[in-house]
Structure formats: structure tokens, C-alpha cells
Design a protein around this ligand. Structure first.
Ligand code: AMP
Length: 216
């Protein structure tokens, strides 16, 4: 099963991907996470990506496509993927389709996380991530059981992303509207799109996604 999660920053894609990948035993591929790792180790890609990410701009298609290509062709035994934050524009979508076709695979469903800008800003300002395992929490809506400690791996290395500030979030929302929103139409025409009300609480959104995967 190969799924794509589309949604503005802070729409809850990452949180749901985390839960779903455990339940269905499939791998989440988040280009944002992969790029943050490159920035952390100060690789060539990281040095190119760092400024763009800080400003909320998209990193070049060639870079992210190459990262995804490496990941999906490296382990054929994996049952499927959740693509979180990729594709981000039509060009990336076309490239992903080609990559999967070449591997004899396809996209099964595209989940569109629909939520208002007001909620997004609130969610992002409370977002914290685990540097160790990538788990995502929210200080207000989805806190860790013990403050400062990751529920998933026990690490106390929780951090707030540098691009999770109001100014950058506004840019990221603009970029989303311009580059990524056209994907909604693109996948609707292919009959792959399911839109989820991402305003609900985490567990209810998860139920809606499961329902969408079973019934459509
Ligand atoms: P995310 O974690 O998905 O919110 O991504 C954080 C940042 O990484 C974005 O604002 C972009 O700068 C960059 N990024 C992540 N995924 C992509 C992608 N598919 N294409 C281009 N840039 C990306």
C-alpha cells in the first residue's frame, strides 16, 4: 500500500503518518525529516537546503526526488510507504508516478488534510519533535505523557523546529497554496483523493483515515 499525505504545514500529516505506519507496518517517508537530517550532519544537500527551509521555500525538485528514489528502491521487502510532504508540486507528483511504475508499484490513495489557517498557526506554535526518532507532539493538543520525554523512544532530546515561527509559517502557507494545492485537483482527477476533516482530534482523524482506506 502506497499512500500520499497532502496538507498545509501543521495540518497533522506527520502525526497521522506516525500512527498509521505502526498500525499497517509500512514506512513513512517524510522529505522534511530527510532534509532536516542532512542539515544536521551538514552534508552538501544540507548546506543547500538549510537557508531555503529556514525561509519556508521549497528545496529543488532534483534533490528531493533523488532522496525519495534512493529510499524506495533500496528496500523492496517493505510493504508500502506513506509519503509525507512529498510530492509538493505537480512536477514531483509526475516523477513519483514514474518511479513507482518503474518498480511495478502504484499510489493507492491520497489523503488530503483539510484544516483552517487559524488552527494551523496554533498547532505549529505548540509543535515539538523528538530528534532521536522523529515523533511529533503538540504542547497543547497532543503532549508527551511525561514533560520533555518522548513517549515513543524515551529520549529527552525534544526540540522546536527553526521554521516553526510565525513569519516562516506564513511563507510556508503561501508556498503550499501556490505549489501544493494544485495537487488536490491533480489527484482528484485520478480518483485517488480522499479529503479528511483535519480539525478533529488525533484519534478521530485516524479513524476517518482507516475508514477511507477500507471503503473507497
Ligand atoms: P515539512 O517538514 O514537510 O514541513 O518540510 C519542511 C521544509 O523542508 C519545507 O518548508 C521545505 O523547505 C522543505 N521540503 C520538505 N519536503 C519538500 C519537498 N517535497 N520539496 C521541496 N522542499 C521540501
Amino acid at each position: 500500500m502506497n499512500l500520499i499525505f497532502i496538507g498545509a504545514p501543521g495540518s497533522g500529516k506527520g502525526t497521522q503518518a506516525q500512527i498509521l505506519s505502526k498500525e499497517f507496518n509500512i514506512e513513512t517517508l517524510s522529505t522534511g525529516d530527510l532534509l532536516r537530517k542532512e542539515v544536521e550532519i551538514k552534508s552538501e544537500i544540507g548546506l543547500i537546503a538549510e537557508d531555503l527551509m529556514r525561509q519556508g521555500k521549497l528545496v529543488d525538485d532534483e534533490i528531493v526526488i533523488e532522496m525519495i528514489k534512493k529510499k524506495i528502491s533500496s528496500n523492496n521487502s517493505i510493504k508500502g510507504h506513506i509519503f509525507d510532504g512529498f510530492p509538493r508540486n505537480i512536477n514531483q507528483a509526475i516523477m513519483l508516478e514514474q518511479m513507482l511504475t518503474n518498480l511495478g508499484k502504484k499510489i493507492d490513495k491520497v489523503i488530503n488534510f483539510d484544516v483552517s489557517e487559524e488552527i494551523i498557526i496554533k498547532r505549529i506554535s505548540g509543535r515539538i519533535s523528538c530528534r532521536e526518532c522523529g515523533s511529533v507532539y503538540n504542547k497543547y493538543y497532543n503532549p508527551t505523557a511525561k514533560e520533555g520525554v518522548c513517549d515513543n523512544c524515551g529520549s529527552n532530546d525534544l526540540y522546536q523546529r527553526v521554521d516553526d515561527n510565525e513569519e516562516t509559517v506564513k511563507n510556508r502557507l503561501e508556498v503550499f497554496k501556490k505549489s501544493s494545492a494544485p495537487l488536490i485537483d491533480f489527484y482528484a482527477k485520478k480518483n485517488l483523493l480522499v479529503t479528511i476533516d483535519a480539525f478533529k482530534i488525533v484519534s478521530l482523524i485516524f479513524e476517518d483515515i482507516k475508514q477511507a482506506l477500507i471503503t473507497t
